[in-house]
Design a protein around this ligand. Sequence first.
Ligand SMILES: [Zn+2]
Length: 268
Amino acid sequence: MKKIILAAVTVSVLAGCQLTKSPTGRTQALMYSSNDMSSLGAQSFEEMKKNEKIVTSSQVNNYVKCIASAITAQVPASYGVTNWEVVVFDSKQVNAFALPGGHIGVYTGLMQVANSADQLAAVIGHEVGHVLANHSNERLSQNKLTSLGMEVANGAMGVAGVKNKALVMQGLGLGAQYGIALPFGRTQESESDLIGLDLMAKAGFAPEHSVSLWQAMAKASGGNQPMEFLSTHPSNEHRISDLNKNMASAKSSYNQARAAGNRPNCKL
Ligand SMILES: [Zn+2]
């Protein structure tokens, strides 16, 4: 009898939510369909392109696209996106992001900190990890954002027409650009670290540079540079040790990838 009541309560609480598993096997309650999230991602990316200065140098674009395409080539076909849009923004912001539906933005300021192809691959892998694990959907589905989420859904997912546009952008991980950062949680950060590590290794980028990336981030944040990236992607003391715990398996994927001919040669 107890079990039946429990089951009934669970169902009513989760009505409207879809229970799924993240790529690392964690149970998630998601309120939005992947089509809804892709639509939000596309509209937000258009906003970004309208409001931010875009780098036109083909040298810089080719470099970032070389890295991003090697990473996204490793995204499972089940995600349903084959053409990822990559834009480099001309800004001192130390930042990068990826949006549902296949959009990647990299700021030139980040390239000063992540100053090798392997380190930039670690950032892009991490960002794509947030997308593959539906972290934006998860955040927009959280209690404090639920009413906002309903507003978005009712407005045919129109970002521009939504009253609290800044909050929606925050849910997508674009908070720093709108003045208020809504950080990803520790669980989401760890999950993206592991997905990113796997993607970069399979793409043929040296996985140990995920560790040197976070060390470079920590060093840079000690200076006077604004660290937008760290405000939405909080570092934690376990990050480097968790990456190192998975390094042996990542190196094995890396060696297999290199042997199979995945040797990205991305140069600035
Ligand atoms: Zn993150």
